[in-house]
Design a protein around this ligand. Structure first.
Ligand code: SF4
Ligand code: FES
Length: 236
């Protein structure tokens, strides 16, 4: 066990836990848009910056990947931390001015105006979708392309991604909800990835429950017989 202080509160954390995880477990709020416990930290949004003192040294670190240590003193609420957080959010809001999730966050952390020139993106480049596809689903259907202002998340060559099975995990995890999944006339459609796949109906209740691409992927992965795979979770 590791004993540290966060905002003056004594906290006991597990060995190897990050500052963000320890703070969340102790009920201390740190904004974090690109963190999820199921995927490796990527430190893209920089909103989780905190001030950490170890021994005589104080510095700013990202809480989502910084591991706790005994006697560490963490401050999430200093003027410098707040200023840094506001600036980071302001930059994100300039990049993606129309995201309600950012506007909500602006109210929480007190951003009143955006002083930078605005573009009209909708993706904050947090990489949650890319990491979930790779680390959780085990595919590399999408990825980052370009640098600087042209950086974006897309399918290879911006064409329908061969490995994408339209499982929707990327859509589920996206913190700003910009990967829509539609189901129309027996197809699942993900416009953002230029993909469409026929839906498979449960052999018992007849309800659509996965795409044909997912079905083939699972068949290959599990080796289960087709008749077992064609039964939805509710009917199993
Ligand atoms: S599409 Fe969503 S999850 Fe993917 S990088 Fe952009 S904001 Fe993050
Ligand atoms: S949550 Fe830590 S950098 Fe985004």
């Amino acid at each position: 066990m590791v004993k540290l202080t966060i905002d003056g509160k004594e906290v006991v954390a597990r060995e190897g836990q990050t500052v963000l995880e320890a703070a969340q477990a102790a009920g201390i709020y740190i904004p974090a848009l690109c963190y999820h416990h199921e995927v490796k930290p990527y430190t893209a949004c920089r909103l989780c910056m905190v001030e950490v003192t170890k021994g005589k040294r104080t510095r700013f670190v990202t809480a989502c990947d910084y591991v706790v240590a005994d006697s560490m003193v963490v401050r999430t609420d200093t003027e410098k931390v707040k200023k840094c957080r506001k600036l980071v959010l302001e930059l994100l809001m300039a990049q993606c001015p129309n995201l309600p999730q950012l506007q909500e966050l602006a109210q929480i952390i007190g951003v009143e105006e955006v002083r930078f020139s605005k573009s009209n993106d909708d993706c904050i480049l947090c990489g949650m979708c890319v990491r979930t596809c790779a680390e959780v689903v085990g595919l590399h259907a999408i990825g980052f392309e370009g640098r600087g202002f042209t950086r974006k998340v897309c399918t290879p060559f911006d064409e329908p991604s061969e490995p994408c099975i339209l499982c929707g995990a990327c859509s589920y995890i996206c913190p700003v909800d910009v990967i829509p999944v539609e189901e129309v006339d027996g197809y699942r459609i993900m416009e953002r990835w230029h993909k469409k796949s026929r839906l498979v109906a449960c052999s018992k209740c007849g309800k659509y429950f996965m795409t044909e691409d997912e079905f083939r992927f699972l068949q290959e992965k599990t080796g289960l017989p087709e008749d077992r795979l064609r039964i939805c979770m509710d009917c199993r």
